[in-house]
Design a protein around this ligand. Structure first.
Ligand SMILES: Cc1cc2nc3c(=O)[nH]c(=O)nc-3n(C[C@H](O)[C@H](O)[C@H](O)COP(=O)(O)OP(=O)(O)OC[C@H]3O[C@@H](n4cnc5c(N)ncnc54)[C@H](O)[C@@H]3O)c2cc1C
Length: 304
């Protein structure tokens, strides 16, 4: 594949959409950051497989779902973004399991499970990510985590090979997932195992979760959820607040007054503003409490 003439290639052999110089502000919930050199939104799984089989092996690749845990630096991403949202969108029952593709948002999955009288997927409603991003992050809340529900996953390798893997093949922890033997792969689907339950109870739980979230999180401003992981036995938000950092602002980035582990974009924040604020919070908390905070958000791309 000639990456200098990708559009022509796409027109001839692929069914997805290839775009050049894509402003990643449109694809990240912080609404900040640089430009991705290329973005491919596949038509479906077979099309993504075809794209990967033809892509030069040295082309940097990054999967993106809803971009709700992602900061792309202002210098941009010099590679290809695989946009899963709106592309890998299949969601169906397969026997007693739910088959869900990587581009399906958590809220849609939670409602689908409830309407099939299955419970245990309610927490997905509060995570504004896709199945792929939730698998990659082992996203969770209120005591539940994504991988607790996974029977097996479907992945595409860098060379476009389609495989199924069991959870035992991964190192799975708090907001952490990695293959035991390192390999560049992307999640394209998963089979989830849930318990039978009462659809009405599940629907009420979903509603209650949504209300709880909007009461405690600054959802009216662009953000990326919790910026730092909670250190063992502690809350990152409490540590940040105890250091007097609520409201601390750099450029257009601000430590939220409502939830100290959120950084909000109060105007025209750049990725540099956000990253500088992350670094400052980290340094201040370390200096004042001796605790080292580790970012949960993924920071990609080049500095300007
Ligand atoms: C308001 C708000 C509330 C949030 N609350 C929570 C919460 O309660 N719990 C929680 O865990 N998180 C929470 N988050 C963070 C975020 O929603 C989750 O981490 C989510 O799983 C990210 O999914 P995404 O599709 O947006 O992934 P992206 O942000 O697009 O990507 C995140 C990472 O996953 C990788 N990735 C994405 N798709 C794939 C794929 N198909 N295969 C391989 N890698 C992939 C990306 O390359 C990147 O490294 C919140 C975020 C916001 C904005």
């Amino acid at each position: 594949m000639n990456m200098s003439e990708p559009t022509q290639f796409t027109a001839q052999t692929l069914r997805g959409e290839l775009s050049l110089d894509v402003d990643m502000r449109r694809h990240t919930s912080w609404r900040a950051g640089g430009v991705a050199k290329r973005m491919y939104q596949p038509a479906d799984l077979a099309d993504l497989q075809c794209f990967l089989q033809r892509l030069p092996l040295n082309e940097p690749l990054m999967a993106v779902g809803l971009g709700s845990n992602l900061l792309v630096r202002d210098g941009g991403y010099r590679g290809t973004v695989l946009l899963m949202l709106g592309a890998l969108a299949e969601l169906r029952m397969e026997g007693e399991l739910i088959y869900v593709q990587a581009g399906v948002p958590g809220a849609k999955l939670a409602r689908f499970a409830a309407s099939n009288n299955l419970c245990g997927a309610e927490f997905f409603v509060g995570i504004p990510g896709t199945m792929g991003g939730m698998l990659a992050m082992n996203a969770g809340c209120y005591g539940s985590e994504t991988w607790q529900k996974v029977e097996r996953v479907q992945v595409l390798t860098r060379r476009g090979e389609l495989l199924e893997r069991a959870p035992q093949e991964y190192d799975i922890g708090y907001r952490h997932v990695a293959l035991r033997d390192a390999n560049e792969e992307f999640f394209v689907g998963a089979w989830l195992k849930l318990e039978s339950g009462d659809v009405e109870v599940a629907r009420q739980d979903i509603k209650a979760l949504m209300e709880k979230r909007s009461a405690s999180q600054p959802l009216q401003l662009p953000n990326s959820g919790s910026v730092f992981r909670n250190p063992e036995g502690m809350h990152a938000a409490k540590l940040i607040e105890s250091c007097g950092l609520k409201g601390r602002t750099i450029g257009g980035a601000q430590v939220s007054e409502k939830h100290a582990n959120f950084i909000v974009n109060i105007g025209e924040a750049t990725a540099t503003d956000i990253e500088n604020l992350i670094n400052e919070v980290q340094a201040t908390v370390l200096q004042q409490t001796g605790v080292e905070l580790h970012p949960e958000v993924k920071i990609m791309g080049e500095k300007k």
